[in-house]
Each structure stands twice: as C-alpha cells, then as structure tokens.
Design a protein around this ligand. Structure first.
Ligand SMILES: Nc1nc2c([nH]c(=O)n2[C@H]2C[C@H](O)[C@@H](COP(=O)(O)OP(=O)(O)OP(=O)(O)O)O2)c(=O)[nH]1
Length: 130
C-alpha cells in the first residue's frame, strides 16, 4: 500500500480556524471533504518548507509556521498517510482558491459541523477540546 508523508496547516486568526473543502477526487471517501490545507513533503524539503510551499500554491498565502500540533497515522482503503499538523498564522491576507472549492473560518467549537476527511478527525477533536 502507498504511504504518503503529508503536512497540514492549522491556520489561526484569533479565535477563527481556516477550513478548506477539497474538490472531486478519484477516491470518493476524500472528495469534497473538509481538510487543513497542505500536501505531500517532497524529497529534500523540511516539513515546514513543504507547508510554506503548499499553502502558497494552493491559497496564495504566505504563512508563518508555528509549533507542531499533532501527528496522525491514517489508513484509507487505497493508501496510508502520516500527517503532521502545525499551528500557523497568515495575518489578514486574502486567499485565492486554486485546488479547493470552498473555505470557512470557524471557531473551534463549530469545527465538527463540517464533513471532515477521516484522517483529520483527531485534529478536530483536539482543537475542540482545547
Ligand atoms: N493536505 C491535506 N491532505 C489530507 C488531509 N486529510 C487527508 O486525509 N489528506 C489526504 C488527502 C490526500 O490523499 C493526501 C494529501 O495529498 P494532497 O493531494 O493534498 O497533496 P499534494 O498536493 O502534495 O498532492 P498531489 O496532488 O501533488 O498528488 O492526504 C488534510 O487535512 N490536508
């Protein structure tokens, strides 16, 4: 089974957290699910460099990567991921969606109202509990 090393940005602005909705996918179980933006770490990159690159590509945002939040291992039907989430800040910059179909800024208690990718549920649970 394929195994991907993925980084994800929990972008925080005061009490609000940035949530992104994925577009269509060949894997129906992640299509249109909410996630924290990010992607696969490429050879020679640190996790932080990968996150800065991915967020620039996906959202045209320049982020400051802060502390490591949590790492999850998740096995989907077709592949496995190890996903490292970091708390990040982006200031007041406007974002432009290149790969996602929608976004919402939500306070932590409202995160569970969205339909999250299964791998993200532990992040959501920890954010709600804090
Ligand atoms: N970025 C991101 N990916 C997630 C999250 N939750 C989750 O299950 N995934 C899965 C979906 C994807 O199969 C994989 C990350 O791949 P991706 O498609 O976002 O990354 P990428 O841009 O580097 O990939 P690619 O399109 O270049 O192949 O991890 C999440 O919160 N953020």
């Amino acid at each position: 089974m394929k195994h991907h090393e993925v980084v994800a940005a929990i972008i925080v602005d005061g009490p609000q957290i940035l949530c992104l909705q994925r577009g269509p996918s060949k894997y129906e179980y992640i299509a249109y699910k909410y996630e924290f933006p990010g992607g696969k770490v490429e050879a020679g990159e640190t996790q932080q460099q990968a996150l800065v690159r991915e967020i620039k590509e996906e959202l045209e945002l320049d982020i400051q990567v802060g502390e490591h939040f949590m790492t999850v291992e998740h096995e989907y039907a077709d592949f496995k991921i190890t996903m490292h989430a970091f708390l990040c800040q982006a200031g007041k910059a406007q974002l432009t969606l290149h790969e996602h179909v929608a976004y919402q800024w939500l306070p932590a208690p409202q995160l569970p109202t969205l339909d999250w990718a299964a791998a993200d549920i532990p992040f959501v649970a920890k954010l709600v509990a804090q």
